[in-house]
Design a binder for this molecule. Structure first.
Ligand code: GRF
Length: 194
């Protein structure tokens, strides 16, 4: 990420729609002494997203942006990113697809965590698809966001074994545990040159 070189700590916005367990792991990581980032803003498209409780608990500014109209919602997002001097966006279970226009405006500065070993199993229900296809492994990937869904450059991946009688539920939980380690590691990797 060449444009961020020279900045001491970067300002991050985390986008969520649900439980926010990845948000929590990023917040806790950001509190570590050597952390190179600060989470300045949490954006949710849903008022009821459980993960918003972490914004409250850790006193991080939150903004709920309802997607009644995608264009307007993204306009508001851009205003908020600018207002809060956000350098990098981390998508963490954000269930809306960003437009090419927004991605272009924040080119190279949006990353996502996805619950599969990309390029396999883009989209939803990744673990069930992996089980159905009798894969030996599932896993998770942190990648840059580009115009194509779940297709940007991979930053880091972690494999998770699929057992014989695995259920989607059990596998989801085991992968999620790994996601909580992988996302901070991926940030460390891309921010290592700061
Ligand atoms: C995670 O599995 C993430 O990979 C996917 O959505 C889920 C979000 O979980 N994109 P949480 O809201 O962080 O608990």
């Amino acid at each position: 990420m060449p444009k961020l070189t020279g900045i001491k700590k970067i300002n991050i916005a985390v986008f969520i729609s649900g439980n926010g367990s990845n948000l929590k792991s990023l917040i806790l990581d950001s509190f570590k002494k050597k952390s190179k980032y600060e989470i300045k803003l949490v954006i949710s498209n849903k008022e009821t997203a459980k993960g918003l409780k972490y914004a409250k608990k850790f006193k991080i500014k939150k903004k709920i942006i309802k997607y009644l109209n995608k264009k307007n919602a993204e306009k508001t997002i851009l205003v908020e990113l600018k207002k809060n001097k956000i350098d990098l966006v981390c998508l963490a279970g954000f269930m809306k697809i960003l437009s090419n226009n927004l991605i272009k405006k924040f080119r190279g500065k949006i990353i996502n965590i996805h619950p599969s070993l990309l390029p396999k199993y883009k989209g939803l229900n990744t673990h069930q698809k992996a089980i159905n296809n009798k894969e030996k492994c599932s896993g998770c990937t942190v990648h840059y966001v580009n115009a194509k869904l779940d297709s940007g450059k991979i930053i880091l991946q972690k494999k998770v074994k699929i057992f014989k009688n695995d259920t989607c539920d059990k596998l989801t939980k085991r992968v999620l545990k790994q996601e909580h380690l992988l996302y901070p590691r991926a940030l460390k990797k891309i921010l290592s040159n700061l």
